[in-house]
Design a binder for this molecule. Structure first.
Ligand SMILES: [Zn+2]
Length: 193
C-alpha cells in the first residue's frame, strides 16, 4: 500500500487530515486521522475556533499550531505553522511543547515580538481595556491590525498561551520574565521600531 503524499503547510495538512477523517482518502481504511498533522483544536483554522476558516488566504502571515496523535491516542507533538504560507516550525514535543510551537509561529509572523511590552496580570472589564490602551501605542506600525500578540505574565509554571478568538483576534502569550523592578510597567517604554 502506497503512502499518501504528505502536504506541507497548515491549510493543506488540515485539509488532508479532514479528507482522511471523512474517508475520502481510503474509504474503507483508518478514518481517525492518526499520525496526520492538523491544526490543533481551538487554534486559528482548527476545530472549535471561530477564526481562520476563510477560503481566501489572509493578507499577512498568521500564526497557528499543528498537532497530531500517535498510535496510543496521546497528543504528543506540536509544530508552529502559518495560515498564509506553507512555513512550518521545528517539531516540539515534551513539556512546554505547545507553548514553544506557538512562539515559533510568532517568530515567523511577528519577528521581534519578544520585545513587546508585557501587560499587567489580567484585569477585568475597564481595567483590561485601560491596560491594553497603555501598551497598544508601543506596537510597531501595522502590527495591531495584523493580530500581533498580547503579552501577559505567566501564572505559574506550565501556563499555556491562549489562542485568539473573534472577540480577541490575537494570541495572549503567557511570558515568564525574570523578577525585577518595573519589568511589566508600560510607562516610559520607547516605541519598538
Ligand atoms: Zn507565513
Amino acid at each position: 500500500m502506497s503512502e499518501d503524499p504528505q502536504p506541507q503547510g497548515a491549510r493543506a495538512r488540515h485539509t488532508h487530515y479532514e479528507r482522511a477523517r471523512n474517508g475520502v482518502l481510503s474509504p474503507f481504511g483508518d478514518t481517525t486521522g492518526t499520525g496526520l498533522w492538523h491544526i490543533r483544536a481551538g487554534h486559528p483554522g482548527g476545530a472549535y475556533s471561530d477564526l481562520g476558516h476563510e477560503l481566501d488566504l489572509p493578507a499577512e502571515h498568521t500564526p497557528t499550531v499543528l498537532t497530531r496523535y500517535d498510535r496510543s491516542g496521546r497528543d504528543d507533538s506540536s509544530l508552529g505553522a502559518c495560515l498564509r504560507c506553507t512555513w512550518e516550525g521545528s517539531r516540539r514535543s515534551g513539556p512546554g511543547a505547545l507553548n514553544r510551537a506557538v512562539e515559533d509561529a510568532h517568530d515567523h509572523a511577528f519577528p521581534g515580538w519578544r520585545t513587546l511590552p508585557t501587560l499587567p496580570p489580567a484585569a477585568d472589564g475597564h481595567g483590561r481595556r485601560r491596560d491594553w490602551h497603555a501598551v497598544a501605542g508601543c506596537y510597531p506600525a501595522g502590527w495591531l491590525d495584523r493580530g500581533a500578540p498580547v503579552l501577559r505574565p505567566a501564572v505559574g509554571r506550565g501556563d499555556q498561551h491562549r489562542p485568539p478568538h473573534a472577540a480577541r483576534p490575537r494570541y495572549e502569550l503567557r511570558i515568564v520574565r525574570p523578577a525585577g523592578p518595573n519589568t511589566d510597567t508600560p510607562d516610559g517604554q520607547e516605541p519598538l521600531f
